[in-house]
Design a protein around this ligand. Structure first.
Ligand code: ATP
Length: 503
């Protein structure tokens, strides 16, 4: 059976990964709370990213900027003016959508048709099949590709011109139906701002209005000179940050894929103008390698190059992941030019330049950005890990095949039975392993049931203490995915586990 987002959401709730926010009050739209295992997994994902970015690159340093920023920040970034999203309501279902997202979903459908043609041809021609040539020459695929290019160019020019009628016309021409009701009875397209606002201190009204940041990037840009000077960096260098961002999203119904409060892991890499394509390729490569090294399945990733560029970018792509609802954006890689730093120079009146000794001149650096949603990464891990298995003896198990480095609990220590001195011995082992790993002790219920519980939270190793342990000081280690058991001596235990679970 295919796994759905619903399966994953209910497993996450049942096993303490994620709960709807304020559930006793029936929840709050598109807001979720991470439970005990969820927060462990989330922390491990952060650490895995932070290590790859900050520890492994001598020219990348981290910061932790405030969520509140001076309101002019959002004028400079373009969020106050240009980022007003075009919205359309369906008159029958009363649902509200982002017009550009509706159109992009239509593009994704056509992309799906292309993928189908390619798959069919691959089956027909086997190894000898040249995909690029097929895509370039097959009349049906050419027609689809032209359709996509046409839609993208119409959408781009409508958005750039702020022409809401043209966007509405595109929705009509593409015969887009409301995904909920199937109705085509739409209102006009209107602009809407995704930023949450509040008031600073006692200053009421427009003067005191501040925003919850809709992206973490701006905290990095406004600190660019502070960080460059205090960490004595020279170009090229990067600043990394993990933190919350807030967007009053309109379509928010895909579990943690699109939330109103979420976390981003962003890195802005400051470079010499003119070198951006080189660095764009570099970071595309680095980031896809990072993903693939995790072992969630290489076939689950693909790049999606943007033809339709945001106003701040001169090249951009997404790394898409194969979520239960199909391939969707997980991470964005953007060549942002000097758009942000120049805009902050203009609005603040402060120079944000770098003095290049070799060139003997100052310039505003260009920026290459990698931006990944922590919660989306969490969902990617869950989507790849969640498995329902039928075992040889006819029984079933639900197992989370989370990469051991990310697993919330690394090892469970289980006395085979809750008597005969086994619990005492197991507790002694627990005391030793918990210094090195997040470990869990469990003595309740039959051993099979306890294995299933650990499978369901993705614990990669179970250490079982039995009567033989008392005689020769050995235990069995059961591996989650294969369920294979191996006997090791207690003194060897930590080294054996260490090899397997560390980031
Ligand atoms: P989308 O097109 O899906 O709205 P975006 O292109 O607006 O995303 P960016 O502004 O590039 O996203 O943000 C970078 C990353 O932040 C995205 O790749 C995604 O992983 C994450 N992200 C953005 N919006 C949300 C959200 N509402 N909930 C969870 N994660 C998000």
């Amino acid at each position: 059976d295919t796994i759905t987002l619903k399966n994953i959401a209910s497993h996450c709730k049942e096993y303490g990964f994620i709960y709807p926010s304020s559930e006793i009050y029936d929840g709050l739209g598109a807001t979720y709370d991470y439970g005990p295992y969820g927060s462990e997994l989330k922390n491990n994902i952060k650490e895995y990213w932070w290590k790859a970015m900050v520890r492994m690159n001598e020219n990348i340093v981290g910061i932790d900027a405030a969520i509140f920023m001076h309101p002019t920040t959002w004028k400079a970034s373009g969020h106050v003016d240009a980022f007003n999203d075009p919205l359309i309501d369906n008159k029958d279902s009363k649902k509200r959508y982002r017009a550009d997202v509706l159109i992009e979903e239509q593009i994704a459908k056509i992309e799906g048709k292309i993928a189908k043609e390619v798959n069919k041809a691959t089956k027909r021609f086997g190894d000898a099949f040249d995909k690029d040539q097929f895509v370039a020459t097959n009349p049906r695929v050419i027609k689809y590709t032209e359709q996509i290019a046409d839609i993208e160019s119409r959408m781009k020019s409508a958005i750039e011109a702020g022409d809401l009628e043209a966007l509405k016309q595109l929705i009509v021409d593409l015969d887009i139906a409301d995904p909920v009701s199937g109705s085509r009875n739409w209102t006009d397209v209107r602009q809407f701002n995704l930023m949450f606002s509040t008031e600073l201190g006692s200053v009421a009204g427009e003067a005191g209005k501040i925003y919850l940041r809709p992206e973490t990037a701006q905290g990095i840009f406004v600190n660019y000179l502070n960080v460059q000077k205090t960490s004595r960096m020279r170009l090229p260098f990067g600043i990394a940050q993990i933190g919350k961002a807030f967007r009053n999203e309109i379509i928010a119904r895909q579990f943690i894929f699109r939330m109103r409060e979420f976390e981003q892991m962003e890195m802005q890499f400051f470079i010499k103008p003119g070198t951006e394509m080189e660095w764009y390729d570099h970071w595309k490569n680095q980031r896809i390698k990072w993903h693939k090294a995790l072992g969630l399945g290489e076939e689950n990733y693909r790049f999606h190059d943007h033809l339709n560029l945001a106003h701040y970018a001169n090249a951009a792509c997404d790394i898409e992941f194969n979520f239960p609802m199909g391939f969707k954006e997980l991470e964005g890689i953007h060549s942002r030019t000097d758009f942000d730093l120049s805009a902050h120079e203009k609005h603040s009146g402060k120079k944000l330049q770098f003095f290049d000794n070799e060139m003997n001149e100052s310039y505003v650096p260009y920026v290459l950005e990698t931006s990944i949603g922590l919660d989306r990464m969490f969902l990617a891990v869950m989507s790849a890990a969640y498995t329902e298995e039928k075992l040889e003896d006819g029984s079933e198990r639900t197992v989370l095949k989370i990469p051991p480095a990310l697993a919330p609990v690394k090892v469970a220590v289980l006395p085979l039975v809750n008597k005969d001195g086994l619990p005492e011995k197991a507790e002694e082992i627990m005391k030793a392993v918990k210094l090195d790993f997040n470990a869990q002790y469990d003595a309740k219920d039959a051993i099979g049931k306890r294995y299933r519980r650990q499978d369901a939270i993705g614990t990669p190793y179970c250490v079982t203490v039995d009567h033989q342990t008392l005689e020769d000081n050995t235990v069995t280690i059961r591996e989650r995915d294969s369920m294979a058991q191996q006997r090791v001596s207690v003194p060897e235990l930590i080294a054996t586990l260490d090899d397997k679970v560390n980031i």
